[in-house]
Design a protein around this ligand. Structure first.
Ligand code: GUN
Ligand code: FE
Length: 500
């Protein structure tokens, strides 16, 4: 059961009843442990089991509890652009698609003072409030119980996103995107000084700390958008700002996503030595830092990130969509770096972490097949080729989506599994029925429905045939499932989404 006081797992007794939608659930009290330690090694050396809790008594329904997904990198204001990216790559995509949509979330600062004066969520444009509400609905419906959000640089809209997550019950880190470098940022959408960046960031931090003083659900995250968008004084001050709190605040940014971006960073910060070193110089590489993408890191940068215990958000759908490249996840894991998954909406085209898990599996298979990768990363004959160790398994991808993400947001002891005392951030997945009908399609009109395999009805896109082991059912869920398979979602024991 889940403690009503703090939403944590106290035991398993699902006949216990409360107002949060548990009444109807009957647990079979059966666990399926899926081992994320495959032939390929181990995931970060931590508890490697992805546990599945079987719920329904009847074979026809195939319902199970699964830990809620953690989206470690998502841009909420880019939601209207989901699916819109054409053939662009990162830097032209930012100018063509991204800055225009994000700029609609507020007004530029006062030209006289350079400061934004308003902080009330209600002072944000209605469109911003509505888009943020919809992002929360959509991600919850895909089983995302915790997200690390980038907002825009507008204080009222960033506060509105915080308020909406808190009110609707989605666990969230909320970051106001800092962007004060006039040599990179567009005039219609930027901070007018480093000072303005810091003042406005403090305003969002204070708002969130007032909203949720203990940080039970919503926490601020310091967000230098990425090195090119920030001046040195802004990076310096943001590092100091994060460190000035106790405990220090989380930090998020982008690193080494795209080849042209690397060249730009080299040009803008030639003194730093590497992209990761820019962040390190300003104390932005910490155990609470989430670095998105990390596609083209050098070995030295990986060593630095490992030493600082900064974490990586792997965003495979975005990396493919924008042609950024393939993140070598196995290498990161081998070197002891903590990795989780991100949708990176709208560089990524899907709000689903299940899709991110699927894309993580696919991109890892392609990486091992790349001739250039094989040339530069000789693994030995048995490790290259079709059985190369770059390949991520389905259990590994689910590990990244849950326990990996929990470690990335520095909540590994609270989230990502069903350990006693963890928070009840959970999705109830249903795959649907399996019974064969007696009728043959050869006896009637083929295609008239008499051949429906499944008496209880398949749910969504997942067809089961009654022969699958639980491990195989989970594989089918990852490859063919979607939000239609998410029947209910809880965060901290509170029911926050359900589908009839
Ligand atoms: N780098 C700087 N800003 C962004 C962004 O919004 N999305 C992605 N994918 N990369 C970025
Ligand atoms: Fe991003």
């Amino acid at each position: 059961w889940v403690s009503a006081a703090d939403g944590r797992i106290q035991g398993w007794n699902w006949q216990a009843n409360d107002e949060n939608g548990f009444a109807e659930l009957m647990s079979r009290n059966e666990w399926v442990d899926i081992d994320a330690v495959g032939a390929q090694g181990k995931v970060n050396g931590r508890g490697s089991k992805v546990r599945v809790k079987i719920v329904t008594a009847s074979e026809e329904q195939n319902e199970f509890f699964f830990p809620g997904f953690i989206d470690t990198h998502i841009h909420a204001p880019q939601y209207p652009n989901v699916g819109l990216f054409g053939s662009s790559t990162l830097l032209d995509w930012l100018e063509t698609y991204t800055f225009p949509v994000e700029s609609r979330f507020g007004s530029p600062p006062d030209p006289k003072t350079g400061h934004q004066t308003k902080t009330d969520p209600k002072d944000s444009p209605l469109i911003a409030q509505q888009i943020y509400d919809q992002v929360i609905s959509r991600t919850l419906s895909h089983g995302t119980t915790c997200a690390s959000y980038y907002a825009t640089n507008h204080v009222p809209a960033t506060n509105a996103l915080s308020y909406l997550c808190h009110t609707r019950g989605q666990r969230a880190f909320i970051g106001r995107a800092c962007m004060d470098n006039p040599d990179f940022c567009v005039d219609y959408y930027r901070d007018f000084s480093a000072d303005d960046s810091i003042v406005a960031t403090r305003q969002t931090i204070e708002y969130i700390h007032n909203l949720d003083p203990e940080g039970k659900l919503v926490k601020p995250i310091v967000t230098p958008r990425f090195a090119p968008s920030c001046t040195r004084p802004a990076l310096q001050s943001l590092g100091e700002l994060a460190a000035s709190y106790s405990p220090p605040l989380h930090i998020q940014t982008h690193v080494s996503e795209n080849i042209n971006e690397l060249a730009l960073v080299q040009e803008l910060f030639s003194e730093a030595g590497s992209y990761a070193a820019v962040y390190d110089k300003y104390n932005l590489l910490t155990p609470r830092t989430i670095l998105a993408h990390a596609v083209h890191l050098s070995a030295d940068e990986r060593t630095l990130i490992r030493a600082r215990e900064a974490k990586i958000s792997h965003c495979p759908a975005s990396n493919s969509a924008l042609g950024s490249g393939i993140c070598p996840v196995r290498t990161l894991l081998d070197e002891g770096i903590t990795v989780g998954l991100g949708t990176d909406i709208s560089g990524g085209y899907s709000p689903s972490i299940l899709e991110a898990a699927r894309q993580a599996c696919l991109s890892s298979r392609l990486l091992g097949q790349s001739a250039a990768w094989q040339r530069d990363n000789p693994r030995g004959a048995d490790q290259n080729g079709p059985d190369g160790r770059e390949k991520l398994s389905v259990p590994e991808s689910l590990y990244l989506a849950t326990r990996g993400g929990a470690a990335v947001v520095d909540m590994a002891s609270d989230l990502g599994g069903f350990d006693m005392g963890m928070l009840w951030d959970v999705q109830l997945v249903r795959l649907g029925g399996v019974k064969l009908l007696e009728k043959s399609p050869l006896d009637g009109v083929p295609g008239d429905g008499s051949a429906d395999l499944v008496k209880a009805g398949p749910v969504g896109n997942v067809d089961l045939f009654g022969t699958e082991s639980w491990e195989e059912k989970i594989e089918k869920w990852v490859w063919s499932g979607d939000d239609r398979n998410v029947k209910a979602v809880w965060v901290g024991g509170r029911l926050v989404h359900s589908r009839g």
